[in-house]
Design a protein around this ligand. Structure first.
Ligand code: NAP
Length: 316
């Protein structure tokens, strides 16, 4: 079986992949072109795509008899793959849930603190040489302890963020999800997104991307938020209407935002870059050596199971 990995991975994962499989590892770190995706489907039994590799219906239709039988995605989010089109082409899809949870929750906390305490703005001030020194009313931000957080999405990552907020910061927790959760701490399930947005100090987006959640955070939700509130998005850029967010930040309708993901990633509108009340990270959610190795091993475990004809550990 021929295996294609669409990105360089950590040394330990590449070493294992080379030891266990007949593998080709692409050296380019950019997203795959349509030609590359079609070649991968035609020439390999297993392909590892990742974020941004747009395996849409068109790509599958241009390879009517694919050699590929498994797309072993690197990452928990798979909104870049048309899973229904893959299935009808006879291709199974797996992902890497769990491995990413704590690291992504930590990134959400980083952004919450950066936005609430104006850390990016402060760092820019120091670097600019314009800082005049400490005084009692300099750069006052929002004190997070004891405040109210609203999670939009209460799955693995949403719950890990909620735990950090509850146990670490003594925050009140509300959440919106399709189903009620059994939790070992107090959290209120909200019924209406705009109503929850109006009540919280920090609104955190932790739902998967895709058609169902596109622009879930729109102008209406943003205008329901308090002027002192912050929006954090560690999920997928398309969940937030970026134009509406820019307008809300420009009008100071909300106090700030912290973003790890962008609607047209990696393109970021100049209007967003020009704003001081937004903290911008380059999709760092899972970016630690350990986590990227854990994710890589999950991909290889899915591939190994597929090749051995065993049940796939992480089908989507
Ligand atoms: P998950 O365990 O599947 O949780 C998703 C949550 O969203 C669930 O609570 C689900 O509700 C809820 N949800 C789904 N569709 C919804 C809808 N239409 N309306 C309201 N709630 C909805 O996923 P996860 O592991 O927490 O990951 C969440 C997402 O984070 C991933 O899909 C990925 O896109 C993103 N992510 C980003 C990074 C990064 O680097 N920034 C890293 C990892 C993941 P139910 O529980 O009721 O089903």
């Amino acid at each position: 079986m021929r295996v294609f990995l669409s990105r360089p991975l950590t040394v330990e994962v590449e070493t294992r992949a080379r030891a266990e499989f007949d593998v080709e590892i692409r050296s380019n770190t950019a997203v795959m072109s349509a030609d590359e995706m079609q070649r991968a489907l035609a020439e390999f039994d297993v392909v590892m795509p990742t974020l941004g590799d747009a395996f849409d219906a068109g790509v599958f239709s241009r390879v009517p008899e694919p050699r590929c039988r498994l797309l072993a995605n690197f990452g928990v989010g798979f909104n870049h793959i048309d899973v229904a089109a893959a299935m009808s082409a006879g291709i199974e899809v797996t992902n890497t849930p769990g491995a990413v949870t704590d690291a992504t929750a930590d990134t959400a906390m980083t952004l919450m603190l950066m936005s609430a305490r104006r850390a990016g703005e402060g760092e820019r001030l120091v670097r600019s040489g314009q800082w005049q020194g400490w005084h009692p009313t300099q750069m006052l931000g929002l004190h997070l302890s004891g405040k109210h957080v609203g999670l939009v999405g209460m799955g693995r990552i949403g719950q890990a963020i909620a735990r950090r907020c509850h146990f670490g910061f003594g925050m009140k927790v509300s959440y919106l999800a399709r189903s009620a959760k059994k939790l070992d701490f107090e959290a209120r399930r909200a019924q209406d997104l705009s109503q929850m947005a109006a009540e919280v100090d920090v609104l955190v987006v932790a739902v998967p991307g895709g058609a169902e959640t596109r622009h879930l955070i729109n102008g209406d939700v943003l205008s329901a938020m308090r002027p002192s509130a912050h929006l954090i998005n560690i999920a997928r850029g398309e969940v937030v209407d970026e134009c509406a967010l820019i307008a809300a930040l420009q009008a100071k309708q909300i106090a700030g935002a912290g973003l790890d993901v962008y609607e047209f990633e990696p393109q970021i509108p100049q209007a967003l870059l020009d704003l001081d009340n937004v903290s911008l990270l380059p999709h760092l959610g899972t970016a630690t050596e350990e986590v990227r190795s854990d994710m890589g091993h999950m991909v290889l475990d899915n591939i190994a199971a597929f090749i051995a004809g065993r049940e796939l550990p992480n089908p989507v």
